[in-house]
Design a protein. Structure first.
Ligand SMILES: Cc1cc2nc3c(=O)[nH]c(=O)nc-3n(C[C@H](O)[C@H](O)[C@H](O)COP(=O)(O)OP(=O)(O)OC[C@H]3O[C@@H](n4cnc5c(N)ncnc54)[C@H](O)[C@@H]3O)c2cc1C
Length: 380
């Protein structure tokens, strides 16, 4: 007997910030949405430094967002998710000299944060099925449809959202290694939840502590923090865990648990729209290449994808409008961020050179602008 195929208007693969924001926005407009999430519990395990930007930081970084009331409200996260205000970032050079900048963000538990976003999508009417993973996509030419095969069922849909994170599972299953659709330059990262004497600011450490990358301490409370590092693949002598262990030992921080993941630092994919499939968040390569932040871009692109589908349904507007809007909002910041990353790959080899270069660039014209994804003055 043939296994039944369940048809849904929109299927979203992945209940991270991108998938949940997209599902909520669609459901609020009366669109039928099913989210398929491979984890048993949304957000578990967390793969994040857990620095979450406030709306002020978002509109200061990206373009064309000031008047978007839905997003502004969405970013008004409740106090219970806010563990620690992150009003400052300090960037430490290899010598220990540091520069301090303002920040408008907070730290939270991604488990709670992602769960909260998923819950809001459900309240809006979306269905989320956890513990179910997309495994295969078969094109059925006679029926002119893609069949989505999970470990629990078979589905078809009018629109498909790839919100599966940096490994872009939908693109992988339909396009293989095609560079046009897959996020590039996957950086291995590791982090730990620690306790000890924790600074009040978001601290970033550049140099041999994390070759061609950086280490971070993100306070989550007076005695606890998320501490991690990301490096360019192939740049380590030992393994990531040893580096982080040493970093924590040197600062007398006790490690309570470990985590890690991949961040795609290669910038936006060239094609975010493939027929009726839209890639959002990390799956579209929207992480900041110079600092690894991607939560806000995930939420915003999820919302834009939903709006593109609604516009397509109501007015027949081309889905490519989604990609145009994403680029119009993010390109300036992402391109500047990518340039900064390429400069650091090219020139920051060894602590001495890194120290000298960063001092020449200076705090305001170079380091601050690179961290904030403005164009460093030395690149103009
Ligand atoms: C170590 C680390 C530290 C980071 N620190 C920060 C930070 O401090 N601040 C910040 O803004 N960003 C940070 N980022 C980036 C941030 O985590 C991502 O940009 C953000 O989570 C992207 O959201 P998303 O919804 O696109 O993808 P994700 O959050 O990755 O969600 C994708 C979801 O899809 C699911 N999925 C995957 N494959 C399948 C499948 N086959 N079937 C069904 N479901 C599937 C996954 O289980 C997951 O729940 C960090 C990333 C890493 C790895």
């Amino acid at each position: 007997m043939a296994i039944e195929v369940e048809h849904r208007q929109v299927i979203v693969i992945g209940a991270g910030p991108a998938g949940s924001a997209c599902a909520q926005k669609l459901s609020e407009s009366g669109v039928d949405v099913l989210v398929i999430e491979r984890r048993d519990i949304i957000g578990n395990p967390a793969q994040c430094g857990e620095c979450i930007p406030n709306w002020g930081e978002v509109v200061a970084t990206f373009s064309n967002l000031d008047d978007h009331q839905w997003l502004k409200t969405y970013f008004d996260f409740p106090d219970r998710l806010r563990l620690h205000r992150l009003d400052n970032m300090r960037v430490f050079l290899p010598s220990g000299k540091s520069y301090k900048f303002e920040l408008d963000a907070f730290s939270g538990h991604r488990l709670q944060f992602d769960g909260f976003l998923g819950e809001k999508a459900i309240q809006a009417g979306a269905e989320i099925r956890c513990g179910e993973a997309l495994k295969k996509i078969q094109h059925q030419s006679k029926l002119n449809r893609d069949l989505l095969v999970t470990d629990k069922g078979r589905y078809s849909c009018d629109y498909l959202i790839d919100a599966s994170g940096s490994l872009a599972q939908v693109a992988r299953l339909t396009k293989g290694q095609d560079d046009l659709y897959r996020p590039k330059d996957q950086i291995p990262t590791i982090y730990a939840q620690v306790q000890g004497k924790i600074p009040d600011s978001f601290d970033v450490f550049i140099g041999s502590v994390a070759p061609s990358g950086y280490a971070w301490i993100i306070p989550k409370g007076p005695n606890s923090a998320n501490v991690g590092l990301g490096v360019r693949a192939g740049k380590l002598d030992g393994n990531l865990k040893q580096y982080l262990q040493k970093f924590c030992d040197d600062l007398n921080l006790e490690i309570l648990s470990w985590g890690g993941g991949w961040i795609a630092m290669g910038g936006p994919v060239e094609c975010m729209v493939n027929g009726n499939t839209l890639a959002v968040g990390d799956a579209a390569g929207l992480v900041m290449p110079s600092n690894g932040g991607g939560i806000s871009q995930a939420i915003i692109s999820g919302c834009f994808a939903a709006e593109a589908i609604i516009d397509n349904l109501q007015n027949g507007t081309n889905l490519l409008e989604y990609e145009n809007r994403v680029r119009a909002s993010f390109s300036r910041a992402l391109n500047n961020s990518l340039r900064s990353k390429k400069m650091s790959y090219a020139f920051m080899n060894g602590d001495l050179v890194t120290e000298v270069l960063l001092r020449i660039l200076g705090p305001i014209g170079g380091i601050k602008r690179a961290m904030e994804c403005d164009k460093p003055l030395w690149l103009i």
